[in-house]
Design a protein around this ligand. Structure first.
Ligand code: PHE
Length: 357
């Protein structure tokens, strides 16, 4: 019913008005059943209780009805207004409750759902190989030593007998911090650090694993990679000890059939120096694609500690001798697992990393 249809004109027919007020109240209650959201509710409130509603008109007509009819109309109009307000409020509460119910249902805790297993981390393949290497040398009586990644160039080069014109010193090959410091290019400065801290005690028997840095970046070279240094100094240490130690190491790491060979080489801090090859981990030495048909794979550099390096460490080369070696962890891990691209170690691709251990 619209306001216009209410037809409030003088004189006021009080009986008819009272009847229509009661009708409007019943009508609202009926319409509320179909009001499903707050907007519809507001629409009904304006229509039935607003300024131009029948209730408002009835109240404003009070002054114009005979005094005898006034209480009856006033009471009815007020009762109807109150009842309508109550009905609107009650429905509003019902809508709120229903909404809350819906939301709770959406968030309901389903105890029968399978749990989400926590994502377990695992060791990086380089870490696995490094720990294997460490275990092998620890079992042979070596201990683990370390040094800083930002190193003095004197320790990285000079005290290792590396001459001033050596190409490794070039800015193109190393990351310099300032005139006297750089990111170490190998773990060999730990030889000097350890000897200086321990001289004249014997034996010196350490490995020094760690991160090293060079200006290299291609499928087989990364600017950051890992080495394990080895150093043994004692009375009467010979090249035979070096070879025996490395053979034992290679057999533990690559299998009991593994053979090694030493090829003459050059490092400023060892004399004589050698490159060590292991029999190919893929073909056993017959020759295949992995070893380029030669049957051998290069795994490390080594040699007898140069007398000047022993002196720089605080030892007398007339009394003691020693051997040292240095291996690249990435290279060994690649051979160990048949990985073809060194960069895979640093790309953090889970499909790769999940295959180890
Ligand atoms: N420091 C050498 C390199 O980085 C490896 C090495 C270590 C060689 C110890 C001999 C003795 O290539």
């Amino acid at each position: 019913m619209t306001d216009r249809e209410s037809g409030l004109v003088e004189p006021v027919d009080v009986d008819a008005l009272v009847q229509r007020l009661e009708q409007a109240r019943a009508e609202l209650e009926e319409r509320l059943e179909g009001a499903g959201d707050p907007a519809q509710l507001e629409e009904l409130r304006v229509r039935y209780l607003g300024r131009r509603s029948l209730v408002a008109q009835a109240l404003s007509a009070l002054g114009r009805v005979p005094a005898a009819d006034r209480p009856r109309l006033g009471r009815t109009a007020n009762e109807v207004r109150q009842a309508m307000a109550d009905a609107l409020e009650a429905h509003r509460q019902r809508l709120l409750a229903a909404e809350k119910e819906r939301r709770l249902a959406a968030e309901a805790l389903d105890l029968t759902l399978p749990g989400r297993p926590p994502l377990l981390g695992r060791r990086h393949p380089l870490r696995i190989v490094l720990e294997e290497i460490e275990d092998i040398f620890l079992s042979m009586g070596f201990t683990i030593a370390g040094g800083p990644e930002v190193e003095y160039s004197s320790l990285n080069f000079d005290l290792l007998n590396i001459p001033p014109d050596h190409p490794a010193r070039d800015m193109q090959d190393s990351f310099y911090i300032d005139a006297s410091r750089l990111l170490r290019t190998h773990t060999s400065p730990v030889q000097i650090r350890y000897m200086q801290a321990h001289a004249p005690r014997l034996p010196v028997r350490i490995i020094a694993p760690g991160r090293v840095f060079r200006r290299d970046d291609d499928p087989t070279h990364s600017p950051v990679f890992h080495q394990v240094e080895g150093l043994l100094v004692d009375r009467g240490v010979s090249m035979a000890h070096l070879k025996g130690t490395l053979l034992a190491f290679a057999r533990r790491l690559f299998g009991p059939e593994t053979r090694i060979r030493l090829r003459p080489s050059y490092f400023p801090f060892t004399e004589p120096s050698a490159e060590v090859d292991v029999s190919c981990t893929s073909c056993g030495g017959a020759g295949c694609r992995v070893c380029g048909g030669s049957g051998w794979l290069e795994i490390l550099g080594c040699g007898m500690v140069h007398p000047q390096v022993l002196r720089n460490g605080g030892y007398d080369p007339e009394e003691v001798s020693g051997f040292a070696f240095g291996m690249g962890v990435e290279r060994i891990a690649m051979l160990r697992y048949g990985i073809d691209d060194l960069r895979r170690f640093f790309q953090n691709d889970l499909r790769f990393l999940e295959q180890f251990e």
